[in-house]
Design a protein. Structure first.
Length: 174
């Protein structure tokens, strides 16, 4: 396993005309988060905000993106563990909403994503949301509808407990 991690530190990739040495920026149990994952998620955020995907990411934003990716890995583990379904209709609707955005072609071309790979990216994002929604529904089952503040507090509490459940290692972001 460590041999594979060491090898990943030295893989060279090309993104947006720049040569980037790929590196692992976090490890959650046996899953890794790569620097290219941060760049891809940042470009997707730019896309969602109507910005060109090449809009630079600040170091602080890269840190926030990394943390959100680590949380997503933990949430996806919960999805698998609890067998939480993701609606194909919701995936179709989300993909359709992205297709209306400018720069989507640039995004998929830049990150060499086939339509199926882009669909899987969208599905993973939706699955993480489903895990959060499922948790909130279970915690507040049989109680009055929670306020947004109650949902936020419970979400933060749950994510903190997930951080204790999983082995997380952070590495330096290039």
């Amino acid at each position: 396993m460590y041999r594979a991690i060491t090898l990943m530190f030295f893989i060279t990739i090309s993104l947006a005309g720049q040569t980037v040495i790929e590196s692992i920026v976090a490890k959650v149990d046996d899953a890794v988060v790569l620097y290219s994952d941060i760049l891809q998620e940042g470009a997707l955020l730019n896309l969602e905000n109507g910005l060109p995907i090449q809009t630079p990411l600040s170091p602080q934003l890269k840190e926030k993106i990394l943390d959100s990716l680590v949380v997503r890995v933990m949430l996806l583990a919960e999805v698998r563990e609890r067998m939480i379904p993701v609606s194909e209709q919701a995936v179709n609707e989300m993909v359709a909403s992205y297709e209306k955005l400018p720069y989507l072609t640039d995004f998929t071309k830049n990150f060499e994503l086939s339509p199926a790979a882009f669909r899987m990216l969208v599905k993973r994002r939706l699955a993480a949301r489903e895990a959060l929604d499922d948790h909130i529904a279970r915690v507040f089952a049989g109680k009055p509808a929670p306020t947004e503040e109650q949902k936020r507090v419970e979400t933060e509490r749950w994510i903190a407990s997930l951080r204790k459940k999983h082995r997380i290692v952070y590495f330096t972001i290039p």
